[in-house]
Design a protein around this ligand. Sequence first.
Ligand code: ADE
Length: 236
Amino acid sequence: MRIDIISIFPDYFAPLQLSLIGKAIEDGLLDVHVHDLRDWTHDRHRTVDDTPYGGGAGMVMKPEPWGEALDALLNSYGPVDDGHRPVLLMPSPSGRLFTQDLAIELADEPQIAFVCGRYEGIDHRVVEWARQRFDVTEVSLGDYVLNGGEVAALAIIESVVRLIPGVIGNPLSLVEESHSAATDHLLEYPVFTKPASWRGFDVPEVLLSGHHGRIAQWRHEQSVEITSQRRPDLLS
Ligand code: ADE
């Protein structure tokens, strides 16, 4: 998979060199290109923002650098498969909620690009223009506001890349985790390791029983209980 990220803070993405994602890059499973939006400005101050039409607080990202950056991205892709427009993700608190289902869909894509806005957002015409050339999704991590799209892009990249075959050593560990279809999208049950007793807290007896049927039943009950307490919306 190829991932392109356009941001005014390319240094934010240094952690992609670490851990499983860094290994995926080393192994050639992933090709990451981070671009500085200011490379597509033409003034001395490398300006990327301006005051909003209609007034209001804060600044808005100018369309011109984004247009040029996305032109360059499209050119670098070369011809894409018939009818398959490249995926462009625009992190935004007003986007569609990012979910594991979307991560699973994205893990099949040959290329994904991220546009990381800052300030009060990007001039809306960039989204309209991009929709004609890319498969655009404005995507939100949740009902809270970050300072920009960089942290959201990092989170999305981590959740997608770990699903690419070969990235996680034991693919079975992907099957029984929270939000997965195999466990009816329930939250994951609690896990324990040795020692069996620690600071007065004991591992539940059933997990020491070696009885696979009872263990599976206990884990399912725990998942249902935790989901009903913390995320009743997921049960429906
Ligand atoms: N940018 C700012 N807040 C965001 C959020 N909640 N999700 C995605 N991108 C954002």
